[in-house]
Write a protein that binds this ligand. Structure first.
Ligand SMILES: NC(=O)c1ccc[n+]([C@@H]2O[C@H](COP(=O)([O-])OP(=O)(O)OC[C@H]3O[C@@H](n4cnc5c(N)ncnc54)[C@H](O)[C@@H]3O)[C@@H](O)[C@H]2O)c1
Length: 464
């Protein structure tokens, strides 16, 4: 076995082990390079887990199979990724034929569990995109499949790897504000990024579990990691008041819509070659309309979300997610017995600059590898002292540099101990979605929901 391959294998083990699973040997195949298959050749699968892996890590891994239910998108994906492997529309056939070491799951959220469970049962390690899944029964089924299997499951949480998120973690680990008491965390999606979720499957509860799960899983994972405890109870409010049925008009899709001149959300997909190649040119196979109307009546998720979460260590979280803000950014205050941390990113008024929100969204989602450095402050304010401003350098693209660092950890430097515990396993994946699932149930029932009632996982006072 090559040295690089051994290191890679150990990284999978270490990543999975962060969820308190035992470290043990992996039974990889005999080939020198790690044999990888990917299911779900959409934008994330082809870019971050596809082309970027081929471009950056071809010395230690090779794609042996690509799978998607849309044969047109699949053919384009193979070309875009630059993989020299067969393609399949049947997952089991792919795994039986190619016998991969690792299955990467980047399908739409509600189908992750099918491929995670099948992958583990068929003897592969599995790396899934967030969210782990979309409801508590699928979550329980994944937990059981993972326990039965001698293979590993890791969840690709990238936000933890941004230097900014890491700085907050470092301050908390160094006990900078004493014992944690409460956290205010508010995330604002703008009318580009926020709206984009309502144009496609994310707008349907059945496909993405709502933004409480699809989007907030990122935030709840960060918060669970920062607070270093597990959530025990959630109470939430939410509504759909802006997109979907609330729109002043609705059309078929942006391309052919009669309301183009009046609609502030009009988006011309025909001007984006990649989006045309990925989606519009293959609509006949599955009816996936990428530039769908965000005022269509079948949108049934919330666009306004607010929750209170109690942690097993007694920390209380006040959380909100807004989906049609004029700017995109977030702010947080963490209160402790000895002081307070204030953190935020991309609040334009604090920077005294005017930002093009459309351009910012394009950069954020880019995987170009061309990183523009920026500095964002974190405030540490100890009781009875003057506040301290700590400037943190981070990249503008790829989720604040988190995407790149997550890959590097898995593929380049797996043997290095990570003092911040940024690696995420199945328990982290579960705990982050269970808050959102509980929030949905709380809105439906008007009652607080105990996280321990959703699956057989009992919330722990300390994650570590
Ligand atoms: N970590 C991050 O920052 C991040 C960013 C973007 C997306 N994601 C995640 O990546 C995943 C993919 O998102 P995306 O934006 O690429 O979506 P997408 O719609 O572009 O791609 C999803 C792909 O899955 C395929 N698919 C749907 N159902 C399937 C099934 N039953 N079997 C096989 N293939 C199926 C679709 O044909 C499509 O090609 C999602 O789970 C999303 O949450 C994560």
């Amino acid at each position: 076995m090559t040295n690089s391959r051994r290191r890679f294998i150990s990284s999978i083990s270490m990543l999975a082990a962060s969820s308190a699973m035992p470290l043990h040997a992996f039974n990889f195949g005999k080939s020198e390079k790690l044999k990888v298959t990917l299911v779900g050749t959409g934008v994330r699968g082809t870019s971050f887990w596809g082309k970027r892996l081929v471009d950056q890590y071809s010395d230690i891994l090779e794609f042996v199979g690509l799978c998607d239910i849309n044969p047109g998108r699949l053919a384009y994906a193979k070309e875009y990724i630059g993989a020299k492997c067969p393609t399949f529309t049947d997952f089991e056939k792919m795994v039986n034929k190619t016998k991969p070491d690792l299955v990467i799951v980047t399908t739409k959220d509600s189908t992750h569990h099918e491929y995670i469970i099948k992958g583990l049962e068929m003897g592969c390690d599995v790396l899934t995109e967030k969210p782990l899944t979309t409801d508590e029964s699928k979550c329980q089924a994944i937990l059981e499949a993972e326990r039965k299997s001698d293979k590993k499951l890791i969840v690709g949480f990238n936000y933890r790897w941004s230097p900014y998120a890491t700085k907050v973690k470092e301050l908390l680990m160094n006990n900078a504000i004493g014992k944690l008491v409460s956290v205010d965390f508010h995330w604002y999606l703008n009318t580009y990024h926020g709206a984009s979720y309502f144009r496609r499957w994310h707008g349907e509860m059945e496909s993405g579990g709502s933004l409480w799960v699809h989007k907030s899983t990122h935030h709840f994972d960060l918060l669970n990691w920062w607070i270093d405890s597990e959530p025990s109870e959630v109470f939430a409010y939410g509504d759909l008041e802006f997109y979907g049925k609330n729109g002043p008009f609705r059309g078929d899709k942006c391309r052919t819509c009669e309301h183009k001149p009046d609609c502030k959300f009009h988006w011309d997909i025909t001007k984006d070659e990649r989006m045309m190649n990925l989606y519009a040119n293959h609509e006949e196979h599955d009816g996936y309309i990428r530039d769908n109307c965000l005022f269509r009546n079948d949108i049934d998720i919330y666009d306004k979300m607010s929750a209170q979460v109690k942690y097993a260590n007694n920390t209380v979280l006040n959380y909100s997610l807004t989906t049609y803000s004029p700017y995109e950014g977030w702010r947080m205050g963490i209160n402790g017995t000895e002081g307070r941390i204030e953190a935020w990113q991309d609040i334009p008024y604090f920077k005294n600059e005017s930002i093009d929100e459309a351009e910012k969204h394009a950069k954020e989602m880019a995987q170009t590898g061309k990183d523009e450095l920026t500095y964002e402050p974190v405030i540490l304010h100890k009781l009875w002292n003057k506040h301290e401003t700590i400037q943190v350098g981070l990249e503008k693209s790829g989720h604040g540099g988190g995407d790149k660092r997550l890959h590097d950890k898995i593929f380049k430097s797996p043997e290095t101990q990570d003092e911040y515990g940024r690696t995420a396993g199945v328990r982290d994946g579960a705990m982050s979605i269970l808050i959102g699932i509980g929030a949905r149930k709380s809105i439906e029932s008007g009652k607080p929901i105990k996280i321990g009632d959703l699956t057989d996982l009992e919330p722990k006072v300390s994650r570590t």
